[in-house]
Ligand binder design. Structure first.
Ligand code: APR
Ligand code: ZN
Length: 266
């Protein structure tokens, strides 16, 4: 277990103060919040894109040309994805929503772990791995139907029972548009936010990596918790280079202490 150094403790207190005194705080999460649940991220050490080229495995044109490649990757990561459980980082964010400090979670993750941890207002800007659609007639399929099809239709990936077009999980691939409602809501929340907590994202993929700029432009502040540097570190109020599963619960604990002190003084 990585210990938290004094310098990070000071930053954790500062982050807790900013969130405790905020009015419209939101959190933007990336794959880094789920690595401690056993799901590899994309660009961290040992990330998925180190082994699978995104232009071949994560791109809509490549998918349409040869869905089998995508399903090869999906078969490798799906078991981890489907059996993963929320980690203390997810639970900490759900608690901050219950405390009416976080107004929403904007997540690039498709694993549904925020919802499983109890977060209610969650905008999945890159879709969700538990929903599957036909690219031809739009009919939808459940995860269990797909898993059964994957066993039977090994070659080429699962096809629609009705129109035989390829089936695809409702996750956004490179070259695809993002879900309108989630994008609209995320931009509006980012604009309104006085604090945006950013947890476990490399902030390298547009348009989501631009959301913090909406917050900064309207005078809001950023708190970044990430174990690698990001291009927005220099514009953040606080940068904590540590594991989200360790830091986020410590921030919640600090906020609770502040609340008790305040109640004690009243
Ligand atoms: N605690 C803190 N940071 C972590 C942890 C952790 N436990 N684990 C990983 N990280 C950091 C990594 O160092 C990396 O900087 O989280 C970041 C994850 O970045 P990415 O792998 O790029 O994931 P993300 O930012 O979500 O990617 C955005 O890119 O490929 C697309 O659609 C995919 O949604 C994804 C998007
Ligand atoms: Zn169909």
């Amino acid at each position: 277990m990585k210990i938290v150094k004094l310098e990070e403790k000071t930053k954790i207190r500062r982050a807790a103060e900013l969130l405790y005194n905020s009015k419209e705080a939101i959190v933007l999460t990336g794959a880094g919040v789920s690595t401690e649940s056993g799901i590899p991220d994309f660009r961290g050490d040992g990330g998925i894109w180190e082994k699978y080229k995104p232009e071949i495995y994560g791109n809509i044109q490549a998918f349409l040309k040869n869905p089998a490649k995508f399903w090869e990757l999906a078969q490798e990561i799906a078991p981890n994805l489907f059996k993963a459980k929320p980690n203390p980082g997810h639970y900490a964010l759900a608690e901050l929503e219950k405390m009416d400090i976080l107004k929403a979670v904007i997540t690039q993750n498709v694993d549904e772990l925020h919802q499983k941890a109890g977060s209610i207002i969650v905008y999945e800007v890159h879709g969700n791995i538990n929903r599957f659609n036909c690219l031809g007639c739009k009919s939808s399929y459940t995860k269990d139907q797909i898993m059964r099809k994957l066993k039977k239709e090994k070659k080429g990936g699962p096809l629609c029972d009705f129109c035989s077009a390829p089936l695809k999980p409702s996750v956004v691939l490179f070259g695809e548009g993002l879900p309108t409602f989630e994008i609209y809501q995320s931009r509006a929340l980012a604009q309104k936010a006085d604090i945006m907590l950013i947890a476990g994202s490399s902030l390298e993929v547009a348009p989501i990596c631009d959301l913090p700029l909406y917050t900064l432009r309207d005078g809001g502040k950023l708190i970044i918790v990430n174990d690698q540097p990001t291009h927005l570190d220099k514009r953040a109020e606080v940068v904590i280079r540590h594991k989200t599963g360790i830091v986020l619960p410590l921030i919640v604990e600090k906020i609770k202490n502040m609340q008790q002190e305040q109640d004690g003084n009243n």
